[in-house]
Design a protein around this ligand. Structure first.
Ligand SMILES: Nc1ncnc2c1ncn2[C@@H]1O[C@H](COP(=O)(O)OP(=O)(O)OP(=O)(O)O)[C@@H](O)[C@H]1O
Ligand SMILES: [Mg+2]
Length: 261
């Protein structure tokens, strides 16, 4: 059987969950409540991808300025300002979305994917696109057209959203994978968790016997920090990582991370 081509994320725990990385040309939703780490994860992936020769387009549908984003990314070790404007292009599509709607955003991104020669497209703020859609069909059309343009260009697509899409929602049925970021409280500790909720391409892990269906992964990697930890918007402190025994556990390459014994 032919092996699927993978885009290695360079984030070890995540590559293990994905059985080698994201499938090239596939579309993924990254979901989690506000502050769960979607933007940090996607940007870490972007900077890792350019280290491997890839080119990235990060399009934001958010009103937040890129300067603010760069300010807090600059506290993280993967961030390299020299790559911005070259291998990684940041584009704000907020005004286009507000003024001209979803179709105009698709047109804009189609042109920018080609101009940047992007092999990875990250769209931050999918919820705003959903809010701008007049009907559920418009929202579906937006995703499917983006998917089509990205796949045609051999570009992998990550759609970041802070809404918790349910398993049977149209968005989930359209994409190839759903990566969920969450947090559990364990006594005085808040444990960050990353979970693969749906995947069309990863094989099941032989160590996991309790997965209910092929689309509901029981695999998760946990990232923990003291509950009193990092306030929103401030530099992240060194964190600990833990994972089920069968999973190697490093999930972030930032200096200072350590494994939970
Ligand atoms: N892997 C991580 N380790 C430690 N801290 C993290 C990690 N990811 C995110 N954080 C912390 O959480 C904060 C919020 O992260 P981020 O902005 O990525 O969340 P988000 O899910 O994109 O939120 P929003 O939905 O509001 O955009 C960061 O400023 C950082 O302090
Ligand atoms: Mg964010």
């Amino acid at each position: 059987m032919e092996q699927l081509k993978r885009l290695v994320t360079g984030i070890q725990g995540l590559d293990d969950l994905l059985k080698g990385g994201l499938v090239v040309g596939a579309a993924y939703i990254v979901q989690g409540r506000p502050g769960s780490g979607k933007t940090v994860l996607a940007n870490q992936l972007a900077f890792n991808h350019v280290q491997r020769g890839g080119r990235v387009l990060v399009a934001t549908l958010l009103s937040e300025s890129h300067e603010r984003l760069f300010q807090y990314l600059s506290t993280l070790s993967f961030f390299d300002p020299a790559k911005i404007g070259e291998q990684i292009q940041y584009l704000s599509a907020f005004d286009t979305l507000e003024q001209d709607g979803l179709e105009a955003v698709v047109r804009l991104l189609r042109g920018e994917i080609a101009r940047q020669g992007a092999s990875l497209l990250i769209i931050d703020g999918l919820l705003n696109a959903r809010s701008r859609a007049q009907t559920a069909l418009d929202a579906k059309k937006f995703i499917s057209e983006l998917q089509a343009h990205a796949a045609f260009a051999g570009c992998t697509l990550l759609l970041l959203t802070s809404v918790h899409f349910e398993e049977d929602c149209p968005e989930h049925t359209m994409v190839d994978g759903v990566i969920e970021l969450g947090e559990d409280l364990h006594g005085a500790r808040a444990v960050r968790r990353i979970q693969l909720r749906k995947t069309r391409a990863a094989q099941r892990c032989p160590a996991c016997t309790n997965a209910k269906s092929p689309t509901t992964a029981c695999r998760s990697t946990r990232v923990s920090k003291p509950c009193t930890g990092t306030p929103r918007g401030r530099a992240a402190r060194p964190l600990s990582v833990s994972a089920p025994a069968h999973l190697p556990s490093t999930i972030c390459s930032r200096a200072g991370w350590r494994r939970v014994p």
